[in-house]
Structures are given as structure tokens and as C-alpha cells.
Design a protein around this ligand. Sequence first.
Ligand code: SAM
Length: 250
Amino acid sequence: MNFTVLTLFPKLVDSFFEHGMISRGIEKNLITGHCINIRDFSCDRHNTVDDRPYGGGSGMVMKPEPLQAAILAAKKKAPESLVVLMTPQGNRFNQEKAFELAWRNKGLIFVCGRYEGIDERIATTLVDEEISIGDYVMTGGELASMVIIDSIARLIPGVLGSSESAKSDSFIDDRLEYAQYTRPEEFEGLKVPEVLLSGNHEKIRLWRKESSLKRTFLKRVDLLHKSRLNAEEKKIFKRWSQELETFVRE
Ligand code: SAM
């Protein structure tokens, strides 16, 4: 899958492509990642990429011509790719969206705004989708594009060390992941739950199921409202409610 980032600060994103899981995915030819400097497409000798907003007001707006040329250049290299504008006004990014984009496997061209954002005519003519990473405003779209690339890349088969790791991640089937422990067995007087040392796979699976359910209930009950409990989960909830009942009666 191709990731192309159109930005005024390519160095910010280049270093992201050079590290960790992303760089390994690139080495294995599972993904490609590169930046296009929007400034390279400016039309004057001062390399201007922004201008004052029509109608007045503070800040500057990114000019349409360099953006158009940069997007068309990126499209020429990767015609199948979707053009995605990073904007706080876009559709909210989440794990479901990450899966959708990973499965579509079409390649993505990210348009990173700066200043007050980009000229509206680019958004309405050359952009396939507007995406936001949350209800807050950052100074540029680069961090947002890296957040999105990171979460999509780890879903592409082979990019993560173990294909199993992504299967139990939080938000799969609207549940948070179970509690995790590693060595040492005891830390500051706190012990790893016995069952995890037992080697009994079924007991471990059940413990994890319960841990995941407990965390989802306590931290993100909204997720439980989104999807029905399965038979095993109902059984766990019934047991909890019986335990609570006894507790209240005592
Ligand atoms: N004036 C714009 C508004 O109020 O909608 C915000 C512009 S912001 C200062 C500059 C750029 O940062 C945006 O064009 C966008 O590319 C990026 N950006 C800021 N917050 C973002 C978010 N939550 N998600 C995605 N991109 C964001």
C-alpha cells in the first residue's frame, strides 16, 4: 500500500518513515511511504504557498495552485490512491476507519494543511475524503497523517512481527484489550495473576475474556452499548451480578 504525504515540512514525516514498524514494512516491500514538498510546486520565485484570506481576517490560507500541482503529481505516480485531506472538520478517524482503508488497500495521498487551512476549491474538487483525528485543532496535518498511516500500516498482513497481535487489540469487536503482564513475576509486591503462569490455554483465554470485558465495562461502557454481548459474555456478566448481589446483601 502506498502512502504519500503532501506537506510543507517533509522532514517531519520522512523521519517517521525511517523508524520502527513503518520502516520494516517498507523494507519488506509491504508498504511504501514518501513525501512531496508542496513548496516545490509554488508558482513564483519567492516559493509562495500561502496568501491572505479573501474577506479579511487573521492568518493565511494555502494557495490552490501549488496544492493542485502537488496532488496531480502524486496522483500521476499512484493513480489508484484516494486523496485524503487532514482537517479538524472531517470524518472522525477510528479503528473501524483504519480497517476500512487497510482492506480497501488503494493507497492514500494525504494533504496536510498549515496556517488557517487550504483554499476551499481544492477541498471540493480534488479531495476524496476529509478526515479528522479528533475534536481539537493542531497547527498542521502532518501529525494527523502519521497517526492514520501508523494505525493502517499495522493492519496490513506481514507489517507487524506477529499477525496475532492486531487480532486482540482494543476496539476489535468493540472491546478493549485484556491486561498484559511481562517479567518479572513480582514487581513492587504486585504479582502476575497465577492463571497466566499456568500454561492452561483455555483458562488463560477465559481470564483474558473476563479482563477485556471488565476493562471495557469500567473504561468504555459506550462500546458495550454498540454491540450485543455473546453467550459467553452474558454468562460472565450474570456471575458478576450474582457476586455483587451477595456483596450488597452481606
Ligand atoms: N482553521 C481551521 C479550522 O478551524 O477548521 C484549522 C486549521 S489548522 C490550524 C491547520 C491544519 O492542521 C489543518 O488544515 C489540518 O490539515 C491540520 N489539522 C488540525 N487539526 C486537525 C485534526 N484534528 N485532524 C486532522 N487535521 C488537523
